[in-house]
Design a protein around this ligand. Sequence first.
Ligand code: ZN
Length: 293
Amino acid sequence: MSNVVPGQYRRVSVATVDGPLTAEGLTRYFLGREAYRHTRFVVARAGRDTALVHVAKAADAPLFSPITSVEILALPDECAFVVAPDVDTGVPTALAQVAATQAARCVVVEGRYHHVSFILDPAPIRIRVGDVVPPRPAKLFDQARRVLELAEDLPPIELVADVVDLVDLATAHPSTQYLVPCRGSGFCVEGPATVAFLDERPPQADWTLLGCERSRGIHEWFYGARPKEAVELCPRRLFPADGRPLLTKCCLLEESIAPQGITVTVPWGASLEQVKQALAAIAKAAEPAWAPA
Ligand SMILES: [Zn+2]
């Protein structure tokens, strides 16, 4: 099992231990000692050394109860202790981001509010985010990043941006006039080519539409026919599933997300809540057994 993090109510306590943090020393130190009702994990510290143990107690109901068994999860040669005052240790992705800077299979983090938590055997789920720019930053990638900053109930996730620049699409399909879906995106090309914006319903011209299926449909509605030249820019078409977890968006989805295993498509104007639903669906498909320990 990788990506082990403590659940919200499985509190981590920190103990300063006399003597070396060996398996025997830790077991001897904790066995029989009273632990608080919520304590399941103890970060043991001796000088600069850190170890992580899991403890079981005689009973869970009393406020304190004697420890009846000690499981060594990581000894000092496998542990890093990081002080990172800006990190919310309740967010698994944030723990994994700290862990990525350390060469240790157990990373203990003292973060925001001085809360201490840990991640054991970090292996964040890598999710490719297929998006288009402009606008910049890539909206779906930026939304997913913002969701993960607060995602207490999602496993550690690492986002990988896979972004197509509409200007590159235009360059690959030379034209003297482009039609793009909306002025608000901030699209512009260098050189003599002109740009018109479909949302302004300009007089029809001999243009190349850089657009999605929805834009081609709007073109047909406005002008009675589909454009003669059209370049696909729907991320769902530009980023086909390739066996890796994928988050992307589609012009034709309006109301809800479309999960298909580890590929989830969201509406073009997805809310942060929908982006979160999508990340959760991908995580569940990619790592169905994951739950905070
Ligand atoms: Zn689409």
